[in-house]
Design a protein around this ligand. Structure first.
Ligand code: NDP
Length: 296
């Protein structure tokens, strides 16, 4: 069997088109433009690339993008003061603090200082609690993108066996909550899980969010299963020339694609969906802040 490829890039483009159309309608009918503020602390090269890409796509769908680039030595008090001013700014509907933060800053404190209604990453304790209890919340962008692709591929997920490998607060745990919400039977695996290959082999749906290049092999995959690869790992690619690198996921794509029914590639799978969901969350936050816009 050769798996069908779940094209996250194309799906993300359709989500962005939909967001752009709704933003256009919103502006026309109410004069309100959704605004996303992104806060970047320090000079981490990967974070800089993500922030640039988020800002560019925000503008492309017709929203306002406000970038706040702060020195790595900013004090916690000054960062919290910035967040408070963004919380109070009516032109800002979504606030995203790019993680990781430098060590001297308490990430939990900073994230929980964001107004939960503007927490478009869905990491604030209130949103975590709402998601965990099945209530309307801001849903973290990466797991939301994964869920959208799974729903598009399967229709109903009810009753399917899902194994999420990874239990981080930003991917693994919210992913498991979302799958549970769609009535999957969910197992969360992690670094202490025994017989991981056997656990993964049970799954109709595998979500890999581990951060270990190509760890999940084809012979761990149940024939016909759907594989969502969240991992983004940069590895050496001597075949492309000295010092060159390439991106790979947490799944060994070549062997898994021979067994799975469907699989996301890396790059071009989960990554593009993450930013598309961020834009969608920002529009949602804007509409909730302005209930008269509910038609948008
Ligand atoms: P974390 O490092 O926070 O979590 C990794 C998880 O994997 C942990 O729960 C850890 O278990 C588990 N793990 C580590 N090693 C093993 C192992 N050998 N066997 C089983 N489980 C293991 O990572 P994130 O959740 O933040 O990210 C995961 C991956 O997803 C990374 O590659 C990251 O770059 C990528 N990512 C991609 C995004 C996208 O937009 N596509 C967005 C966010 C992340 P334990 O808890 O026991 O330590």
């Amino acid at each position: 069997m050769t798996a069908s490829i779940i094209d996250g890039k194309a799906f993300a483009a359709s989500v962005r088109d939909d967001v752009a159309a709704r933003v256009g309608q919103l502006k026309k009918s109410t004069g309100i433009t959704p605004g996303l503020a992104v806060v970047l602390v320090g000079e981490d090269p990967a974070s800089q690339v993500y922030v640039r890409s988020k800002g560019k796509q925000t503008v492309e769908v017709g929203m306002n993008s406000y970038e706040h680039k702060l020195g790595a030595d900013i004090s916690e008090a000054d960062l919290l003061a910035l967040i408070e001013s963004l919380n109070d700014d009516p032109a800002v509907h979504g606030i995203l603090v790019q993680l990781p933060l430098p060590k001297h800053l308490n990430e939990d404190l900073v994230i929980n200082a964001i107004n939960p209604a503007k927490d478009v990453d869905g990491f604030h304790l209130s949103n975590v609690g709402l998601l965990g209890t099945g209530q309307d919340s801001m849903v973290p962008c990466t797991p939301l993108g994964c869920l959208m692709m799974l729903r598009e591929h399967h229709g109903s997920l009810s009753g399917l066996e899902a194994v999420v490998v990874g239990r981080s607060n930003i991917v693994g745990k919210p992913m498991a909550q979302l799958l549970l919400g769609d009535s999957c039977t969910v197992t969360i695996a992690h670094s202490r899980t025994k017989n991981l290959a056997d656990v993964v082999r049970r799954a109709d749906i595998v979500v890999a969010a581990v951060g270990r290049p190509e760890m999940i092999k084809g012979d761990w995959i149940k024939p016909g299963a759907t594989v969502i690869d969240v991992g983004i790992n940069r590895v050496a690619a001597p075949e492309k020339g000295e010092g060159k690198t390439r991106l790979v996921g947490d799944v060994d794509f070549a062997s898994a694609a021979k067994v799975a029914g469907a699989i996301t590639p890396v790059p071009g799978g989960v990554g593009p969906m993450t930013i598309a969901c961020l834009l969608s969350n920002t529009l949602t936050a804007c509409c909730r802040a302005n209930p008269e816009t509910s038609a948008a």
